[in-house]
Ligand binder design. Structure first.
Ligand SMILES: Nc1ncnc2c1ncn2[C@@H]1O[C@H](COP(=O)(O)OP(=O)(O)OP(=O)(O)O)[C@@H](O)[C@H]1O
Length: 588
């Protein structure tokens, strides 16, 4: 035999009302939502002028509120069916399938939230179908009474009466604030009376519903997000059921920034902190939407995550991308400004979307040997965009590249290398080439054969001094003349060099472990490109410099390393100190 659970109703009411909602004030939202749903339900059968009235009374002894709607109302049967069973809703299951799904409520628990502020809920209701009125009184202890009153002259609709408990922090200002928050966009005017005097009428509409001008939209954004925006776009999902506005945040934002988007579902405020409504990359916009196709969770304080939610998220992301593409044609200055402020976010965003990257990359700025330039400007100047992925290597070649009139991009900043790498496959009009100092050394002018032969023996002698640093010496001719040498050590070689240093500095056990784990597969020889045009180099090549020779070539080597921000190992540090002391000594 099947049996129903025995429920201590008083306890359940308390658990439900206290734990489902984050704060007590949501009872205002639940009452408004019921009123709106009842008005919509009546609207399916007849035409009438909808209204909601909220009376707040506060005298020396009592405080409370009465909310009256002229919605569909409830018959005696419906009262026992829906008000007296927790979890029963006239808006769920069959009822929803039969009518358009335009109700906000569906769980059959919303009214219980009133027990957070009141020990008793009194409902007077007159159905359009009935000539009597039903009075239902629910008690926090878990009991209720129903009574019918015949021959009423009451209008069709429902009235809920709450007497606020003494310890509840509530007043008329709070009421108006909450009615504005939850009720402003419901599309039905809400008359507010305080102690039987007209106080205010609450009514508003979303800017996207009334084709508002841009000043109005920007003011609306300021009110909603307390920010002074200057760019916005209307957004809509592909079904047309979710509509809203995305505002471009006017200051730089970080990836870590939590999204705070404002969401209304069926015109009812749900949250000001929707976190994942937009793709991750869209942290530079704030949106406000009203959705007919998203669903709220039971607490109605968050959005239910389902397939529709995923689709809306993608559609809104696409709308933002399309806006930026459009802006490049209609208002390039605005796009430039947005990219200036949010370049990082946009670069990140473009990496996961080749199509978007192909378009937007032209507007991205890069630091180059000729200053900060947009890719568009770079393309105008060179056929091949050379880029260096390491900031230090870049710094080292700036003067040389400038002197050769070669434009090189500093791609050492976050995302730049990945972007240029991706563009090398996507952009058919332009060549992109990753280079390093070695490449640069190699394209610099070599000596002609005769000249090289003439200096060969001197070069070999100088090379001998650098063997202990595992450095290979090469000779080139480049401007500016005052740079005696450039140093190159690739990242892989640098790692091998560090491991070699560890081996030297550690005991046998560690040396064994480090070689077993990191046995370098490449030579870790560095390269020093001497500048034939430089006067010190010339001096060194002309004739042996006796005692000064070793300190000079070692100092050129170490100086070139320092110019490239390469770390010195123990041996190089010692050599630097020794040579410095020697040179200083010689000068006195
Ligand atoms: N103002 C009203 N006019 C007509 N019927 C109402 C009104 N308020 C409540 N009801 C009836 O009482 C039922 C229960 O209301 P309740 O707020 O507890 O749940 P719900 O609105 O159906 O769902 P939810 O838990 O999502 O709010 C409703 O389904 C509706 O039939």
């Amino acid at each position: 035999m099947k049996s129903l659970f025995q429920v201590n109703l008083g306890g359940i009411l308390k658990v439900l009302s206290d734990n489902l909602y984050s704060h007590k004030e949501v009872f205002v939202r639940e009452l408004l939502q019921n009123a709106v749903d009842a008005i919509k339900a009546r609207g399916h059968h007849e035409q009438f002028e909808a209204h909601i009235k909220v009376d707040y009374y506060d005298d020396d002894t009592n405080r409370g509120l009465v909310i009256t709607d002229n919605g569909i109302g409830l018959t005696e049967d419906k009262v026992s069916e829906f008000l007296s069973k927790i979890g029963a809703s006239s808006k769920s299951q069959q009822a929803l399938e039969e009518t358009r799904n335009d109700f906000i409520g569906q769980f059959g628990i919303g009214l219980l939230s009133c027990f957070m502020v009141s020990d008793e809920i009194v409902v007077h209701s007159k159905s359009a179908k009935a000539d009597y009125m039903v009075k239902w009184v629910g008690n926090i202890e878990g009991t209720y009474q129903t009574e019918t009153i015949a021959n009423t002259d009451r209008e069709t609709g429902t009235q809920v009466v709450l007497k606020l408990r003494n310890n509840i922090d509530f007043d008329q200002e709070k009421l108006v604030l909450l009615l504005n928050l939850y009720g402003q966009y419901l599309g039905i005017p809400i008359e507010v009376e305080v102690n039987s005097q007209h106080h205010t009428t609450i009514q508003g509409s979303f800017p996207w519903d009334n084709k508002a001008g841009s000043d109005h939209v920007l003011n609306f954004g300021r009110e909603m997000f307390q920010e002074n925006f200057s760019n916005f776009l209307y957004i809509r999902d592909s079904s047309g059921k979710t509509n809203g506005i995305a505002y471009i945040v006017p200051h730089p934002t970080h990836f870590g920034t939590t999204q705070s988007n404002r969401v209304y579902i069926k015109n009812m405020f749900i949250t000001a902190h929707a976190q994942h409504l937009l793709p991750e990359w869209a942290f530079f916009v704030k949106v406000i939407i009203n959705s007919e196709n998203l669903s709220p969770t039971a607490s109605r304080e968050e959005i239910y995550h389902n397939d529709t939610y995923e689709n809306v998220r993608e559609d809104l992301g696409n709308a933002i991308k399309e806006y930026l593409i459009d802006l490049s044609k209609t208002s390039p200055q605005s796009l430039e400004h947005i990219i200036k402020v949010h370049g990082h976010a946009l670069k990140y965003m473009s990496l996961s979307d080749p199509e978007f990257l192909s378009f937007i990359a032209n507007w991205f700025s890069f630091s180059t040997t000729e200053g900060v330039l947009t890719l568009q400007e770079i393309k105008k100047r060179v056929q091949t965009a050379f880029y260096i992925s390491d900031v230090d290597e870049f710094r080292q070649i700036v003067p040389i590249a400038k002197a050769q009139d070669k434009l090189v991009i500093n791609a050492g900043y976050v995302y730049d290398t990945q972007i240029l790498e991706a563009l090398s496959h996507l952009d058919r009009d332009q060549q992109y080439q990753a280079i390093d100092t070695e490449y640069f050394g190699n394209i610099l002018k070599s000596l002609n054969i005769e000249e090289f032969d003439r200096h060969k023996s001197r070069l070999d002698a100088l090379q001998d001094y650098l063997l202990k640093f595992d450095c290979e010496l090469e000779i080139r001719q480049f401007v500016p003349d005052n740079i005696p040498a450039i140093f190159h050590l690739s990242e892989r070689k640098m790692m091998a060099r560090d491991i070699e240093q560890i081996k030297k500095d550690s005991n046998d056990l560690w040396a064994g472990i480090s070689s077993a784990v990191f046995e370098p597969s490449v030579s870790f020889r560095s390269k020093l490109f001497l500048n034939f045009n430089n006067s010190i180099v010339q001096k060194l090549l002309r004739k042996p410099q006796e005692k000064m020779e070793r300190p000079l070539i070692e100092t050129l080597y170490i100086n070139a390393m320092l110019m490239g921000h390469y770390p010195l190992n123990q041996q190089e540090l010692e050599a630097m100190n020794e040579n410095l002391t020697y040179i200083l000594d010689q000068s006195f």
